[in-house]
Design a protein around this ligand. Structure first.
Ligand SMILES: [Zn+2]
Length: 231
């Protein structure tokens, strides 16, 4: 009998971890992960910037390949590099909220504390650009009941992904690229980062792949036909 209870507890715990960690589960917070479309459009998304070294290179590549993207920025880094955020906007890309501090412990925060993370993360960008962001990407892809309540209170739309490139792991560029190639389809949302030593080299390969396969890279708001900022 004891082992039955043990297995049950294990199963419930597993389900809870999965619901928190898998953005595609949508258990706590519904996230837009993939658009329903037949057009060959995909959204490239860059988390964790702006980064002094990589963001300018990423922007240059996007311009060269005439691709649009979405940058989920960290408020503290926006404060350090406001000029990069201006450049992202000037190039026609979209900005989204990736919290103020990107603290791993934020997943344990109360509703009001997470609310502050989102509010002040957005406030930095609003003061700088006059735009109040509506799109949110949860750090580490983690959602839970307090996060869901804070996101709803601020009226933000949660953006997930359909292709987790694993570019932050030690997988290596070739295998990361193959994962992206495998997940490529109309309406796909690709998770990337503009803060890694190889972010630019990987992006160039991805852009060549999109060109070869005749895909157009658009912002997430265009892909899902939603508003990126408050009116
Ligand atoms: Zn992140």
């Amino acid at each position: 009998m004891a082992w039955v209870i043990f297995l049950l507890v294990l199963g419930v715990m597993g389900a809870l971890v999965w619901a928190s960690a898998s953005i595609r589960s949508g258990v706590y917070l519904k996230a837009l992960c993939e658009a329903r479309t037949e057009e060959r459009k995909v959204a490239l998304t860059f988390d964790d910037g702006p980064d002094e070294e990589m963001t300018p290179r990423v922007l240059a590549l996007l311009r060269r390949y005439r691709a649009q993207a979405t940058f989920f920025v960290v408020g503290d880094k926006v404060r350090q590099h406001p000029e990069l955020v201006q450049r992202i906007l000037a190039d026609g890309h979209t900005l989204g909220n990736h919290t103020l501090s990107h603290n791993p412990l934020a997943t344990l925060y109360s509703v009001s504390r997470y609310h502050d993370e989102l509010f002040w993360g957005g406030d930095v960008v609003e003061r700088l650009t006059g735009r109040r962001m509506r799109l949110f990407r949860p750090p580490f892809g983690v959602t839970n009941p307090p996060i869901a309540r804070a996101v709803k209170a601020l009226g933000l739309t949660c953006i997930g992904w359909s292709v987790r490139s694993l570019d932050t792991t030690r997988l290596g560029r070739e295998r990361v690229l193959r994962r992206i190639e495998k997940g490529l389809k109309p309406g796909a949302v690709v998770l990337l980062h503009d803060r890694l030593p190889e972010s630019d080299r990987l992006l160039e390969e991805v852009l060549k792949l999109l060109e070869r396969e005749n895909y157009k890279a658009v912002t997430v708001d265009e892909l899902f036909a939603i508003e990126a900022y408050e009116k």
